[in-house]
Design a protein around this ligand. Structure first.
Ligand code: PMP
Length: 383
């Protein structure tokens, strides 16, 4: 099997498994326990936090400074941020039309319950429309809104202009939440300089463990908890913190950012090779977001004249793992809300497939995958 679905999840780095195995061997570990073993666990958690701070350029040791809240992943962190950021639970929300369902569905439900929600338009290249953002900000007259935009899209890989967006929001007194689930560990990130209020991610997208992630909060940014329980994480997110998962996350992030430019170069080379091979053999192919800045590993390709479900099934049989848009919706496979928001027509939307390489992918993987994709395409279009 050739795994080209690294935007859905990644294989865990063996060095991360080693780091977590060492932690599990140390147990038991409840970092809130008063006894020596609890305190040892707490020290391991502090080490993980220190490493996270180093990777994100964020000092988590100063009281009143930025904070990192451990969660179960990007979905929970997005929910926590949208429900809990800002002084008022009824603060208006502005979300882009291409957000992950953990943001979009949250916004739709909040709207049904009476919260004011605005949807930010997308340009045809896949990036958010900053002129529209300014209009939406200008139209807010009362409470400061919470603006939620992803740093890079999970279907097209298009990188969003977060710095410009954040400056516009700051000037308008809006809070900014960034879903960095797809870009963290693949794009440089400096939280000491980015003018945002919160940011979230999942560890399994950068060769870390599944079931853990975090919500970063800027200095002085408060959050209302969405779970009720003990006093862990200053009441912001109650529940026993999984120390081995936190240690695994820190190890995975450190491995990802430690050699970022080398990993990026590998991924870009392989992604571009795949695109070149496919474009040469299949002339009507369309690469979405190709004119925008994209993640190094992602390509979203439409094969006009085919249907994405048949293509996916045939590719799976041929030993190539990929997906039609987001893994979170591919079970039911509705048309991609991302491509629709970019203004793509039905033929393009219904034939789009996403491929994602990783730093562990090889030239051999791409050669074989390209060959199989071309064969499958030929078979499906010559019926
Ligand atoms: N945001 C984005 C952009 C994602 O791609 C994903 C995962 N597909 C999530 C949030 C949710 O992450 P998780 O499923 O790990 O909670």
């Amino acid at each position: 099997m050739i795994y080209l679905d690294n935007n859905a999840t990644t294989t865990i780095d063996p060095l991360v498994v080693d780091a977590m195995t060492q932690q599990w061997a140390r147990g038991p570990f409840n970092p809130s326990s008063q006894h020596q073993l609890g305190q040892q666990a707490s020290q391991q958690l502090d080490l993980a936090l220190l490493e996270m701070g180093r990777c994100l350029n964020s000092d988590f040791t100063t009281p009143g400074g930025p904070r990192l809240i451990w969660t179960s992943g990007g979905t929970e962190s997005n929910n926590l941020a949208l429900a809990g950021l800002g002084d008022d639970p009824a603060a208006p929300l502005i979300v882009s039309r291409i957000e992950h369902p953990s943001v979009l569905r949250f916004a739709q439900l909040a709207e049904k319950s009476g919260r004011q929600v605005s949807y930010l338009n997308i340009c045809s290249d896949g990036s958010v429309d900053l002129n529209h953002l300014q209009e939406l900000l200008d139209a807010q007259h009362s409470l400061s809104p919470v603006v939620a935009v992803m740093s890079a899209n999970n279907e097209t890989g298009v990188i969003q202009p977060i710095e410009q967006l954040a400056s516009l929001c700051r000037a308008a007194g809006a809070l900014v939440h960034v879903d960095a689930t797809q870009s963290i560990g693949k794009e440089p990130l400096d939280l000491a300089t980015l003018p945002i209020d919160s940011l979230c991610f999942s560890a399994h997208k950068f060769h870390g463990p599944v079931g853990v992630g975090a919500l970063w909060l800027g200095a002085g940014v408060n959050i209302r908890p969405h779970l009720i329980g003990g006093e862990q994480q200053l009441l912001s997110r109650p529940g026993t913190i999984p120390v081995p998962l936190a240690a695994g996350t820190a190890k995975a992030l450190s491995l990802a950012v430690g050699n970022l430019s080398e990993h990026r170069a590998t991924m870009v080379r392989l992604r571009d090779l795949l695109e070149q091979r496919l474009a040469a053999a299949i002339p009507p192919l369309v690469i979405h977001g190709v004119d925008a800045k994209r993640l190094p590993n992602t390509t979203c390709v439409s094969f006009p004249g085919t249907d994405r479900q048949s293509m996916l099934m045939a590719l799976d049989m041929a030993g190539v793992c990929c997906s039609s848009g987001s893994a979170c919706s591919s079970g039911s496979s509705p048309p991609s809300h991302v491509l629709l928001a970019m203004g793509c027509d039905d033929a393009l939307v219904s034939s789009a497939i996403r491929f994602g390489v990783s730093r562990f992918s090889t030239t051999g993987d791409i050669d074989t995958a390209a060959e199989r994709i071309c064969l499958v395409h030929k078979r499906l279009t010559s019926r």
